[in-house]
Design a protein around this ligand. Structure first.
Ligand code: ZN
Length: 209
């Protein structure tokens, strides 16, 4: 448990240092048996401490703390774990470029092989729904079934993974890819993504086919 909290603190601070969240926005969780350890509501990731994470039951979101409340997106995290038994971590951020891109109704392009290798070619975009609501949790739950990354219009991004490192790396890759796409547009250039055939070939190459 101690090591788990240490990991949550480490990645919370990395997320804040990369400007993927501002103030107390964003949230992070790690599955632990039938529970999850999740950031408390109002906590700034940049100042995360061990007392700032709560154990919340995945089944009914019950928790014991009288001082702290879990993140308002706890339901969204719990649904991700229910839909994806293969994952152990959920990271929700508000990255500048990825959020700008999808909020302008521009579909992210699959630019780098690195992105395809880490995430695949299935990208899901969820239309704007009020943050912290059951409706948003349900929409994200449906989207995350077939994708490790979910873009939230006018809101942010959600990444899942087997480890915090994996979910964090996916967040960085999505943001980097969006940054490349926006820079190319500012330069007046059309930065093409990899085609479906190129993506397929890349994956087949790695699988030794
Ligand atoms: Zn949010």
């Amino acid at each position: 448990m101690k090591d788990t909290i240490k990991e949550l603190i480490k990645y919370s601070q990395l997320i804040a240092a990369q400007d993927l969240v501002l103030g107390s926005s964003g949230n992070i969780s790690l599955k632990s048996g039938k529970d999850m350890l999740i950031k408390a509501s109002g906590l700034c990731m940049s100042e995360a401490q061990s007392a700032d994470f709560l154990k919340v039951a995945l089944k009914n979101l019950a928790y014991k703390s009288k001082k702290l409340k879990p993140s308002c997106e706890a339901k969204m995290h719990a649904i991700c774990y229910a839909m994806r038994p293969d994952i152990n971590c959920v990271i929700h951020t508000h990255p500048l470029y990825a959020t700008t891109l999808v909020s302008c109704a521009i579909k992210p392009r699959l630019i780098s092989p690195e992105f395809i290798l880490s995430i695949g070619s299935e990208l899901k975009i969820v239309e704007y729904v009020c943050p912290g609501t059951e409706k948003l949790a349900e929409k994200v739950g449906q989207a995350v079934k077939n994708s490790d990354i979910v873009y939230l219009k006018n809101h942010g991004l959600l990444a899942v993974g087997k480890t915090l490192k994996e979910a964090y790396t996916r967040t960085l890759l999505a943001e980097q890819m969006a940054k490349m796409q926006i820079i190319a547009q500012l330069l007046g250039k059309n930065l093409k993504g990899l085609s479906a055939v190129q993506s397929k070939k890349l994956l087949a190459h790695l699988q030794g086919k």
